[in-house]
Write a protein that binds this ligand. Structure first.
Ligand SMILES: [Zn+2]
Length: 86
């Protein structure tokens, strides 16, 4: 962990958490919050720094329907995925 991360100020811009991409900082005080956009459903919201870094790639979209679709997809064995370009 770097000094910046200890203070919760590491730059998350451009980082990806699950299907969600950090587009910019929403606010720095009292704790950093980030603007997050879902690349699946294009929902946008702000999220606590810690929630993003703790969840990592397990972070889920705020859109409940989108997050559920994402989990269903991940649970499906690769061989059973529908072939779209057949
Ligand atoms: Zn989404």
């Amino acid at each position: 962990m770097t000094t910046l991360e200890m203070f919760g100020l590491s730059d998350l811009i451009g980082h990806r958490f699950g299907s969600c991409m950090v587009g910019g900082m929403a606010t720095r005080r009292p704790a950093p919050r980030w603007r997050v956009t879902c690349s699946r459903c294009h929902s946008a919201w702000t999220e606590d720094h810690g929630k993003l870094t703790n969840a990592g790639n397990l972070y889920r979209c705020r859109n409940v329907g989108c997050a559920k679709a994402q989990e269903d997809e991940m649970r499906q064995p690769v061989g059973l995925r529908p072939v779209t370009n057949a």
